[in-house]
Every structure is written in C-alpha cells, then in structure tokens.
Write a protein that binds this ligand. Structure first.
Ligand code: BMA
Length: 304
C-alpha cells in the first residue's frame, strides 16, 4: 500500500467527553468543511443511551477544536429514533447541506435490512438544520454524499444501493427520479480489500482531470480501508480510473480497537490550499486526521 496519507501527530484529534450525557461513549465519522478560514466539524456522537446525535465543533487549524455544549441535530420522530448518523456537509451557492443516515424504529413494509433512510437537511448557519427529506425511501441505502456544486445544472449525489455505489441527480434536492440514477461501481471481484462492500467517503474534489473521489471498501474480514477513483468532470456517471491498491488502512491501536475493530471510516476530505485533510472515525470511537498533497492523490488516481 502506498503511504500517501500521513497521520497527524496529535491524533486522535477528538475524543468522547466523559462529562457529557450525549457524547461520553463515542465520537466518530465527522463531516468537516473549510469555510472563510475556519474548519467546521459535524460529528456523530453516542452517549449513555447509545443513540447517535450530531455535534458541532469549530477550529482555526483543523486540529484543535472548540465544541458546542449541545448537539445540533437529534432524533425527532420514529424515522430516526435510534439515531442520526454519518453526516457529510457541502456548501452550494451559500447554503449548507448535510446528508446523514436516519436510523429508525421500524423498517418500511416490504423491505429487508435495517430501518434506515438517506436524509438531506439544509442550513444557513451550520447550527440550525431544517430537514428536506430522504433521497430514496424503503430500501437499504446510505453513504449518500452531495457533490459541492451542480453539474450540468443538476444536484448530484453518490448513494449506495447494496452492493454498488450509485449516482443520483435532482433538479431541486427533493425529488430524485429513478430515471436519473446510475450504478457507478461495486465491490471488486476477487478477495481483495474492496471485494465485500464499497461506499463513498466525503464530497468529491473537483480537479482539472475530473472528480477525485475517496471511497471505503471492506474485505471478507470486515476491515475498512480507503481507495480513490476518478470520475469524468462533465459526466460523473463515467468512471475514468479506479486504482487497484488502497491508500489507507487501520494501523494505530485506536483504529484496530474501539467500539468496532479495524475501522477507519471517513465522511470528509476537504481540500485546504494544496492539501487534502481526511477526517475519519477510528474504531467507531474517536476521530483522526490524515493529510496528503492533492497532487499526490491525483497522481495516484491517474497512475496507480
Ligand atoms: C458502517 C456505518 C459506519 C460505521 C461502519 C463501521 O455501516 O454504519 O457508521 O463506522 O459501519 O462500523
């Protein structure tokens, strides 16, 4: 495996808060955007009741954080009573959008799997969130991520219909017509690192060579790793490159052990200047940061 992503020496950069009721057990899988010179984090947290809520923290350097005392998004009905999970945030034309997984009490009739829904919410200030609605209903679907701008006049999102990553397009973020959904790629054949499950990480990064996408994969032992993929800039339904090797795998003790072992899980890869900051949950328990020059990630996507 190539060593493109370098772990920050201060890792883990965010830990559960033992004095808190709602974030005393786990903090993980954060969204992070870089906006007007500050890093804004929305992170998944679990406390004594094991219900996931979303907390907010802000940082000047991307390493040291100042958290709000209360969560900014919490369960509100039967559709998310068991938690709001795995946020990903983008800004499009001055509005912030969060995609997250709603984990409910009852699954929709006729569906199998977990009672989950891929939700979308909007905000003008990163603190107050208004729910827009689900991307799809009645199916096992998560890992949905908005592109940071419209492409061809439409909002675009990754999502995951097991076992494949799909691309969806919408005129207004409320309706996601089936005719606008395309499968992108699935688990790779064989028994390699991404042969079991795949899903998108954070919002894709626009480059002159196309959309650089980071994604996660698991193998038959359920070890989570990251890989990269390059999509056509004008038509992201077209995969240009998908290198065979992963770029990141669990290595530190807090990635190998935790609430769930062998997990690095990322919902954020904001580019800041020439550097990509990859934030990730370690062991579903704490938050880590690893960084790479954008140019190195791009070279690997093109040649790896
Ligand atoms: C996935 C998601 C993530 C989690 C990962 C590993 O299915 O639910 O939230 O980090 O499993 O447990």
């Amino acid at each position: 495996m190539t060593d493109i992503l370098m772990r920050h020496p201060a890792n883990p950069i965010l830990l559960p808060d033992p004095t808190s009721d709602w974030e005393s057990v786990n903090v993980f899988n954060p969204a992070v955007i870089y906006h007007h010179g500050l890093f804004h984090m929305h992170y998944r947290a679990q406390g004594l009741d094991w219900i996931s809520r979303i907390g907010y923290a802000v940082s000047a350097d991307g390493v040291h954080w100042n958290r709000l005392r209360r969560p900014v998004l919490e369960p509100h009905d039967a559709g998310d009573a068991r938690g709001v999970e795995d946020p990903r945030v983008v800004e499009i034309d001055g509005t912030f959008y969060m995609t997250y997984t709603a984990y409910g009490n009852t699954r929709a009739a006729g569906t199998s799997g977990l009672p989950i829904q891929p939700m979308i919410a909007r905000s003008d200030n990163l603190i107050t969130w208004e729910r827009i609605g689900p991307l799809v209903q009645g199916e096992d679907n998560k890992d949905h991520v908005l592109f940071p701008r419209r492409v061809g006049g439409k909002f675009v999102a990754f999502h995951r219909r097991r076992p494949q990553v799909w691309l969806a397009r919408s005129a207004d973020l409320r309706t996601w017509p089936e005719a606008e959904m395309t499968p992108l790629f699935g688990p790779r054949e064989g028994n390699g690192w991404d042969s079991n499950k795949v899903g998108a990480n954070g919002p894709p990064i626009e480059t002159e060579h196309g959309w650089l996408m980071l994604y996660h994969g698991t193998d038959e032992r359920n070890i989570y790793r990251f890989g990269v993929c390059l999509l056509d800039r004008d038509d992201p339904r077209r995969v240009i490159r998908r290198p065979r090797e992963p770029i990141f795998a669990p290595r530190e003790l807090w990635e190998l052990r935790g609430d769930v072992p062998n997990v690095v899980f990322s919902c954020a890869n904001p580019p800041v200047g020439e550097t990509v900051y990859v934030y990730y949950g370690g062991g579903d328990h704490v938050i880590g940061l690893a960084r790479a020059p954008l140019a190195d990630l791009l070279t690997f996507a093109l040649e790896g």
